[in-house]
Design a protein around this ligand. Structure first.
Ligand code: ZN
Length: 110
């Protein structure tokens, strides 16, 4: 029986990307879900962070790999000068460097 494990609590500036990180982990074969304590107040978390989404790994055996992946994705996100945005060759949209798929058409970055 797998245990769920909390991977990350998104900060205010990261929270709009919570769903995208969940999809990116799914593409790596890691099942996750996003909890927002505003929608699950029964957990009894600290009210101050209740509006910040949390990313949970459904199978805790995948946690170490999920943690490494998320760290790699979040590092440039919190250091925006580290890399330039990249242009999707299919739809021509510009994606932020921390994302490995196009935000618009989900094409993997080359
Ligand atoms: Zn695209």
């Amino acid at each position: 029986m797998a245990n769920m494990k909390k991977l990350h609590t998104f900060s205010l500036w990261e929270s709009p990307q919570a769903g995208m990180f969940k999809e990116m982990l799914a593409q790596e074969g890691i099942s996750c879900l996003v909890k927002n304590d505003r929608l699950s107040s029964a957990i009894g978390e600290i009210p101050f962070i209740e509006c910040f989404p949390e990313l949970w790994v459904i199978d805790d055996e995948a946690y170490p790999r999920a943690h490494l992946l998320l760290d790699a994705w979040l590092t440039p996100y919190n250091n925006p000068q580290a890399e330039e945005p990249w242009i999707c060759p299919v739809c021509g949209e510009s994606s932020e460097p921390q994302f490995s798929i196009c935000w618009n058409c989900s094409r993997p970055r080359e």
